[in-house]
Design a protein around this ligand. Sequence first.
Ligand SMILES: Cc1cc2nc3c(=O)[nH]c(=O)nc-3n(C[C@H](O)[C@H](O)[C@H](O)COP(=O)(O)OP(=O)(O)OC[C@H]3O[C@@H](n4cnc5c(N)ncnc54)[C@H](O)[C@@H]3O)c2cc1C
Ligand SMILES: NC(=O)c1ccc[n+]([C@@H]2O[C@H](COP(=O)([O-])OP(=O)(O)OC[C@H]3O[C@@H](n4cnc5c(N)ncnc54)[C@H](OP(=O)(O)O)[C@@H]3O)[C@@H](O)[C@H]2O)c1
Length: 533
Amino acid sequence: MNQITPPTRIEIIPPGAPFSEAQRSWLNGFLVGMLGLDGSTPLSSDQNGAMLAPAGDGDDGEAPWHDQAMPIAERMKLAEGRPLRRRMMAAMAQQDCGQCGYNCNDYSEAIADRSEARTNLCVPGGKETARILKTLYEELDKAPAAASAAAVPAVSVSTTISAPGRSRDNPVEAVFLSRRLLNKPGSEKETWHVEFDLSAGGLDYVVGDSFGIFAKNEVGLVDQIIALLGASHTTKVNGKTLRECLIEDVSLSPAPDTLFELISFITGGAQREKARALAQGEDPDGDAATLDVMACLQKFSNVRPHPEAFVEALEPVQPRLYSISSSHNATPGRLSLTVDCVRYVVGKRKRHGLASTFLAERINPGDQLKVYVQKAHGFALPADPKTPIIMVGPGTGVAPFRAFLLDRKATGAPGKNWLFFGHQRSDCDFFYADELNAMKTSGLLTRLSLAWSRDGEKKFYVQDRMREVGREVWNWLAEGGHLYVCGDAKRMAKDVERALVDIIAQFGARSTDEAVAFVADLKKTGRFQQDVY
Ligand SMILES: Cc1cc2nc3c(=O)[nH]c(=O)nc-3n(C[C@H](O)[C@H](O)[C@H](O)COP(=O)(O)OP(=O)(O)OC[C@H]3O[C@@H](n4cnc5c(N)ncnc54)[C@H](O)[C@@H]3O)c2cc1C
Ligand SMILES: NC(=O)c1ccc[n+]([C@@H]2O[C@H](COP(=O)([O-])OP(=O)(O)OC[C@H]3O[C@@H](n4cnc5c(N)ncnc54)[C@H](OP(=O)(O)O)[C@@H]3O)[C@@H](O)[C@H]2O)c1
């Protein structure tokens, strides 16, 4: 961590400001460093986090909980005794997925310094994370003055509004152009190639970036909810009709604690007890995990909240991110995604993922939607176009690698390209088969290695294929190649990393510990990059 010490004392917080001397002094130092008033480079958001650690607050700067496969209880245990902001970070889903608009560290710092009041932005962490963050947020007020110095800024540090279309807080319009199903008949999956025209918002992007979209809820679901409320869809709420408001502005899944609270306030007896327990994260009937907004209204079917109070109790709709599967260099003004549709059944009711089904069936060619480009941090093509790349992307994990290949083709990059793709069945789940085979024939795709998990009797995954050709994988790495993984974080990415360690140990003649250190070094030097969730 770079320590930045102001050479001369610059006073930003006036002596009369409502801070203790210690707080004032620390804030002065922090703001001077952050704004670069000491002649240093103003801090980036990543450095920002580091600087927020007042010396001696019990933080060693480590984040042992930063592992998306670790259960939340274990992560919170590892963070016990750490400063509030570190416990806040441990409560997040640790994916640095960018959906909240930050990485996990920066989001926790922003909540702790009160520049971010929303404690419900961690999409992968869901309600579990939101609950713990809310409790920790309440602790901020009780924290001793010195320890909470970082958490006081009633000071108006001017926050930069990001350029249009560059963050979830400032989306622009794009036009939906088309969708095409990538699976053939017989597949168990439903994955769509979808295309957008960016010219209305003037957006561009580089390969590796993700695309954020704001989706709309299904009219059918909304109308069922309005019926359960016993309301009229034309009732005015927040200057819109109730129906418009429920379609565009709020999340209808899962039911937030505030909705259970509202229900507990307006009912009595056993129902009240139940709603109160659910609002506190308890599970009186063993169905808490399945309660989306509609299931909640059905559960408390005799309770009819007023539409205004109901809408107020819901969470705002969150954008969803998708890895961009096109290259702006190849097709300026155009952008494509590779979207797996989320559909499942709970009891007798079919449930639909909000954004994936919006793109799969509710938006029509020519429709506009709100979007933004989420810059990738540490997921990009190598700076040197001659560098060989190995890409491991099963399922929709192929998305950014299609983009990498199209980009290398458009820019004439001479580096070798090797793609490991896998999915369930070769005859119906080989996404972009024609394109990839053509790239192989043209020589752009030096190697294409495939793994079909359900073609044979035994599961066969991309990492199994990697092990088979481990010597060549090692040779590419030894030549200075970069390795990329995209797709499922919980199982696939870990298994691929394990296979990589084994390959390096076997073909690089290293002990397992040395191979683990080798992989860690690849990560540190940006030669092993992941876009996983
Ligand atoms: C950086 C990044 C890049 C991504 N890139 C891609 C990509 O390229 N392609 C892609 O398809 N996705 C990608 N995703 C995932 C994507 O953002 C969405 O999370 C995904 O499409 C689901 O969103 P949804 O709105 O359709 O579903 P949601 O409405 O968010 O519903 C999903 C939720 O439904 C529940 N659920 C799902 N299945 C079941 C089940 N069987 N039983 C019970 N509950 C269930 C779970 O709680 C799950 O969290 C990416 C995510 C990130 C963070
Ligand atoms: N960039 C991202 O963050 C990103 C990218 C892609 C997808 N996603 C999300 O991930 C979810 C599923 O994605 P998907 O449709 O791409 O396919 P998927 O369900 O992840 O399956 C793709 C292939 O991976 C196999 N697989 C399962 N476990 C594995 C393991 N441990 N190691 C290696 N391979 C394994 C599957 O085999 P079996 O099913 O036969 O076991 C299948 O053949 C979606 O909800 C999508 O939103 C996110």
